[in-house]
Ligand binder design. Structure first.
Ligand code: IUR
Length: 463
């Protein structure tokens, strides 16, 4: 096949793409040159939309071997700008990616903690969609916080602060923007090679030394069971390492919510409290494990427990909080606003808008808290305005919920277990009913047989 014909948008052009589609459709593995030709045609828009859709469906159905996925990822990464960093940062540039959860505010604590440990963290994050929250939406609940930063600005912030949390720039991995939209339109989002290519190409374009992935499984996660989440984690780890980043993964349970708060500004408050040393145990377990792995992978810590301790010390000493304050100021937040949020006894709602109403839900019976359904909670909050259904829609930063009880706790009938923050119109009776079912209560006896609730189930370290 003469692939050079792909360069010109004429009839032979389409025939070549047709050959590639047929090859994948029939279960063949595309060569490096063929993958490159497909990604080039997508980036330069010389391919027809229907052809992209057909190729995506062929990949969805037939899959890709590891080498093909690695080439796909590398070519996607090279479709745009690949960042470069000063030589003296060699070995220090790191990032984390999460496959998305409920109440997942890990990045807000982890990025400044890593910066305080000597890393450079150009954290490129996303917005929330459907029931999952997005780090950028959380940060935008802070007045003045600007997630739009150019590569030059990112470098400047990393030089002075050590971390930034920003949105994807236009120039980074343009092929992913096109492919993601087509995947969405053709029901091909849930394909292992396509997810791997999308996630790892963007991290590769950050030119990282080390990357850690928080791959969720459970009721409120993309993958419900541990084994399929592990398959994704293995694909991400293998391709990340293949691209030259030391890549590891954590498999963590996502049935309920991380921490006690869900909703953009409430999660910022919980993150600030965590940075002041008052973080909930499950959140801190994730922060110290993910951070400890990164410190180990960069060589800043000799082993995982040493890495965990460094992260934990960065939080308890207040060093991570100082980095968060400096990051807010570097990203546009007024100094007195940043100072006020970071002060010991901050009145957070002087800065962060509070929803018009707070309504408490009470326990329907005596019992032990066996679990909280994070998916249903997030879905109701989404409908009440906390999330978006379509890219580009605004969100209400103030809508959210605070869990007032924790797993295993004994509660009495009538005791408040959830404080809902909402606006007008009030939640419908059906939504209140759904919320009441978020809480699972059981008998005392059940609780005694329960094990300590930990989120981290397994670690995959770089090969
Ligand atoms: N996040 C990404 O960046 N890409 C994907 O394909 C998915 C989540 I699914």
């Amino acid at each position: 096949m003469a692939l050079h014909r792909l360069q010109t948008p004429d009839q032979t052009d389409m025939l070549s793409i047709r050959d590639l589609i047929r090859k994948k459709r029939d279960g063949g593995a595309l060569s490096d040159e063929e993958v490159r030709a497909f990604i080039q045609a997508v980036t330069e828009e010389t391919i027809q939309e229907c052809q992209t859709g057909a190729m995506l469906m062929a990949i969805w159905q037939k899959g890709m071997v590891v080498k093909e996925t690695e080439t796909l990822t590398r070519e996607m990464m090279k479709s745009g700008e690949v960042m470069s960093w000063p030589e003296e940062w060699a070995g220090l540039v790191v990032d984390k990616h999460s496959t998305g959860g409920v109440g997942d505010k890990v990045s807000l604590v982890l990025a400044p903690a890593l910066a305080a440990c000597g890393c450079k963290v150009p954290m490129i994050s996303g917005r929330g969609l459907a029931h999952t929250g997005g780090t950028l939406d959380k940060l935008e609940s802070i007045p003045g916080f600007n997630i739009h930063q150019s590569t030059q600005q990112i470098q400047k912030i990393l030089a002075s602060v050590g971390c930034c949390i920003v949105g994807q720039t236009e120039r980074l991995v343009p092929a992913d923007r096109v492919l993601y939209a087509r995947r969405d339109a053709t029901s091909t989002v849930d394909s292992l090679p396509l997810i791997t290519g999308s996630i790892i190409s963007k991290k590769g374009a950050e030119s990282l030394r080390a990357l850690v992935l928080d791959v969720k499984f459970g009721r409120a996660a993309l993958y419900k069971d541990l084994s399929s989440a592990k398959e994704l984690a293995q694909s991400l780890v293998s391709v990340g390492n293949g691209l030259g980043m030391r890549t590891g993964a954590v498999l963590s349970c996502m049935d309920g919510a991380i921490g006690r708060c869900v909703g953009n500004s409430l999660e910022v408050i919980e993150s600030l409290e965590a940075l002041k040393g008052k973080g909930p145990e499950d959140l801190m377990e994730l922060v110290t494990t993910l951070g400890g792995m990164l410190l180990m992978m960069t060589g800043l810590a000799s082993d995982l427990s040493g890495g965990r301790k460094q992260i934990s010390d960065a939080v308890t000493s207040g060093a991570a909080l100082s980095r968060f304050q400096a990051m807010m100021e570097a990203q546009g937040v007024a100094r007195d606003t940043a100072q006020s949020l970071c002060s010991a006894h901050s009145d957070y709602h002087r800065v962060l808008r509070k929803a018009a109403h707070q309504t408490e839900l009470t326990a329907p019976a005596d019992g032990a808290v066996l679990g909280v359904d994070g998916l249903v909670l997030a879905e109701v909050l989404h409908k009440l305005g906390a999330g978006r259904s379509k890219v580009g829609e605004p969100v209400n930063h103030s809508v959210g919920a605070e869990l007032l009880v924790s797993q295993g706790q004994m509660v009495k009938k009538g005791v408040p277990w959830l404080r809902l923050h909402h606006e007008d119109p009030a939640p419908t009776p059906q939504q209140m009913h759904q919320l009441q079912n978020v809480l699972t209560l059981g008998s005392d006896k059940n609780t005694q047989t329960q094990q300590k609730h930990t989120l981290v189930k397994e670690l995959l370290l770089p090969q």
